[in-house]
Design a protein around this ligand. Structure first.
Ligand code: AMP
Ligand code: MG
Length: 344
């Protein structure tokens, strides 16, 4: 199969993408978070192709992408008032809500759960495609399962050339980490995954938020969890990744004492001169945490190279979007963190 890449400036792009989706084909779509591997979320055969092409475990449910807030009612029931408030505040945008699923949503989309995750992405071309196709689009991140997510059309092409018919190239993703997921099916709202909408922003609307254990710690692979996707190793290059915490100076001392040929250092742009002899790679500026979220996955993909032996990574501190960057890096590192302040 030949994989075609279309840019939104092509007049035919919305029609071509929508036709592919309604025909049951996969289409890779840009969003403000990461590129998604999309299929008609109401068609089990089309959804099955997502699992097959990504190599995704069957028990990991998909997010249903909709074009407008009103479409939430087509696929969810017993929608709490808090969901409408969140939609009003953050949609279109990087927020996914878990709600009770209507019968119309097939079991393969929800991985058999009674709930469904819905999101209205902040990407005009993708919303136009969904509207034109008149179907909700089920889409996980477009990377091969377990690998760092795709934030450019080229990343998608690298992972799936010859396996999918169409990639829509909307340029590099603005946010760069996946959507925030909040579960609204229990008594209290629960954060299942941090992302582009920060915990502080959620609390401002909801007045309450529990953070799920899976956000802060490694989950055993046999554990029964609310969102099965949370227990898989994620976002990771093939080699070992170690986060080195602590002040700039102490971290540099530690990394210099451990560094061996074949290792790489994933650091902030401000730190590049410190690691001149340790093959450093910057993923953005520490002083501009949005540049870190936007650059993280491209950097992790570059480090996914058989020549790289071990990666020492620097991680931003604090809340806001830094919280999502910490979560992705910790998962990529399988929660291996060295405190440089204590290590020397
Ligand atoms: P991704 O595969 O990167 O697109 O991530 C999708 C995430 O949404 C996964 O971590 C899923 O576990 C989560 N998810 C999807 N549907 C549900 C659901 N019904 N309940 C809880 N989490 C969900
Ligand atoms: Mg993913």
């Amino acid at each position: 199969m030949e994989t075609q890449i279309l840019r939104p400036d092509d007049d035919m792009v919305v029609i071509t993408a929508a036709m592919n989706l309604t025909a049951g084909n996969l289409v890779a779509l840009p969003t403000e978070t990461v590129y998604g591997l999309g299929a008609n979320g109401l068609n089990p055969e089309a959804v099955a192709k997502i699992f097959q092409v990504k190599g995704r475990p069957q028990d990991n449910p998909l997010i249903l992408h909709i074009a407008d807030t009103e479409q939430m009612e087509l696929f969810c029931h017993d929608i709490p008032e808090s969901a409408w408030r969140l939609a009003e505040a953050f949609w279109p945008g990087p927020l996914t809500m878990v709600l009770p699923a209507k019968e119309i949503v097939p079991k393969c989309t929800t991985a058999g759960l009674p709930t469904v995750a819905v999101r209205c992405p902040d990407c005009e071309i993708t919303r136009q495609i969904i509207r034109h196709a008149k179907i909700p689009v089920a889409a996980p991140s477009a990377n091969i399962s377990g690998k760092p997510s795709t934030t450019t059309a080229q990343h998608v092409y690298d992972d799936h050339n010859g396996k999918i018919p169409l990639i829509i190239d909307g340029g590099p993703c603005r946010v760069g980490v996946e959507s925030t997921i909040v579960d609204l099916t229990e008594e209290r709202p629960r954060l299942l995954r941090p992302g582009g909408i920060t915990p502080e922003q959620l609390i401002a609307v909801l007045g309450d938020l529990i953070v799920d254990k899976a956000v802060t710690a490694q989950i055993d692979k046999d554990a029964v969890v609310k969102a099965p996707g949370m227990k898989y190793r994620h976002y990771a290059p093939d080699c070992q990744v170690i986060i080195v915490a602590g002040s700039r100076e102490k971290a540099a001392n530690y990394i210099h004492s451990q560094y061996q040929a074949g290792d790489r250092v994933l650091c902030f742009e401000e730190e590049l001169p410190l690691y001149a002899c340790c093959n450093p790679l910057s993923y953005g500026k520490e002083a501009d945490v949005e540049s870190l979220s936007a650059g993280l996955f491209a950097a992790l993909r570059e480090l996914d190279d058989p020549a790289v032996h071990k990666v020492y990574a620097r991680c931003p501190e604090g809340g806001g979007i830094a919280y999502a960057v910490q979560n992705r890096l910790k998962k990529a590192a399988a929660f291996q963190i060295v405190d440089a302040e204590a290590a020397l």
